[in-house]
Design a binder for this molecule. Structure first.
Ligand code: UT7
Length: 368
């Protein structure tokens, strides 16, 4: 059975930064309160012309470059987002088209902030089954579009950004070692975005009632998160036959520093074994785990052969953890691939295909 190795990683955040002081101009809050209760100092916010697909494309191309893989080698793309571009088409298909992943099947996976854990596990399972060799997993968000900037309970928390992993089949031991996935729909009300779906299709009333905004029972989510984070990490470690002592790094979902501190206490692990960057990005939902991972690698914290626990929780309710042995790019003799160069051809290909479809449409109308 092949193993599923994480061989590429990339992140991208929009440039504009919104500080706590900036938010204090919008709602009644202040920098000290936000830092004390959440650990957040600032977050990045997408510009008008940035979307989950555009952020996701940048992160994906960087991940492909690290893995030295051409987009055309991808068999599967799973995109996970709490703020997808549309209900459909899937954001994954937009990314597939624009990076030129011509032979990849692409779909979206929705599990709120736990999405990246679930998606990475699904990609790893597909690789282990032998049905695919190369997968791209993308977590990407422009949650700022769904935040009510008059609600101080939520608007202080979220930020925009994207992160991506490449997973590759290899007979070498290591890669994804274990994963656990959990859900409890009885807690669905705690964290929601109700408007625009089949129960509340967009109408003047739904907009008036603010159903197109994220709604959250902060205390309930906090209690749930502190209960499940450490427990899920331990479960995944047990499944991999490891203990907390065997692990070099924990990469937690970056929602609130106090939640991460509680997980550290539960696991009896020092906080400096946790990769933490919630202070600079806020909660980027599905993108938070890959963004923290990329920074961990760039800072020289995460190294080849390290054992890492990725652990997350979110709306649904959902939670899960995944244990991996960090591999790094698989050595190859092939020339350095520049996935960025594929972008031009991908756009051209997309344009030509649209043109052909248009012309086909003209002819088929005549035939009718
Ligand atoms: O990916 C999952 C996403 N969600 C989460 O992870 C959220 C988890 N929950 C949390 O992080 C926390 O519950 C919050 C940060 C949202 C809130 O922190 P808290 O410590 O649970 O605050 P609280 O709701 O208990 O409010 C404490 C006080 C209240 O005032 P009173 O009633 O004690 O006078 C609030 O009205 O703080 C007030 N408050 C604020 N004050 C200044 C609530 N929000 C704010 C604010 N600025 N932004």
């Amino acid at each position: 059975m092949p193993n599923a190795h994480i061989t590429g990683w990339g992140m991208h955040v929009p440039e504009p930064v919104l500080t706590n002081d900036d938010i204090a101009k919008l709602v009644e809050t202040n920098d000290e309160w936000i830092r004390d209760r959440t650990g957040i100092r600032e977050r990045h916010i997408a510009r008008e012309n940035e979307f989950p697909s555009t952020l996701g494309i940048e992160a994906s191309l960087k991940a492909l470059e690290v893995a030295n893989m051409a987009p055309t080698e991808l068999d599967l793309i799973i995109c996970t987002s709490s703020s997808p571009e549309y209900i459909f088409p899937a954001t994954a298909c937009l990314i597939q088209d624009q990076i030129g992943a011509t032979k990849a099947g692409a779909f979206d996976l929705l599990a709120a902030c736990t999405g990246f854990i679930f998606a990475t596990n699904m990609a790893a399972q597909a690789i282990r089954s032998g049905s695919i060799k190369n997968a791209l997993v993308v977590g990407t968000e422009t949650l700022s579009r769904f935040v009510n900037w008059k609600d101080r309970n939520t608007c202080i928390l979220f930020g925009d950004g994207a992160g991506a992993f490449i997973l590759q089949a290899s007979e070498k031991p290591g890669g994804v070692l274990s994963a656990v996935m959990h859900s409890d729909g009885s807690g669905a009300d705690s964290l929601t975005l109700l408007g625009g779906g089949a129960r509340y299709p967009a109408t003047e009333t739904t907009v008036h009632e603010g159903k197109h905004f994220v709604q959250m029972d902060g205390k309930a989510v906090f209690r749930f998160a502190t209960r499940v984070m450490g427990h899920a990490a331990k479960e995944a470690l047990d499944l991999a036959g490891l203990t907390a002592n065997d692990v070099q790094w924990i990469v937690p979902h970056q929602a609130n520093l106090r939640i991460i501190e509680t997980a550290a206490k539960y696991l009896k692990m020092p906080l400096d074994k946790f990769i933490i960057n919630v202070d600079r990005y806020g909660n980027t939902s599905t993108a938070s785990i890959p963004i923290a991972t990329v920074e961990g690698v760039q800072k020289g914290q995460i190294k080849v052969d390290d054992k890492i626990v990725f652990v997350g929780f979110g709306g649904g309710l959902t939670w899960g953890a995944l244990v991996a042995e960090w591999t790094g790019p698989i050595p190859t003799t092939k020339k350095h691939v520049h996935p960025e160069q594929y972008r031009f051809f991908a756009r051209l290909r997309s344009f030509v295909r649209r043109a052909i479809r248009f012309i086909e449409g003209l002819f088929s109308r005549k035939e009718l």
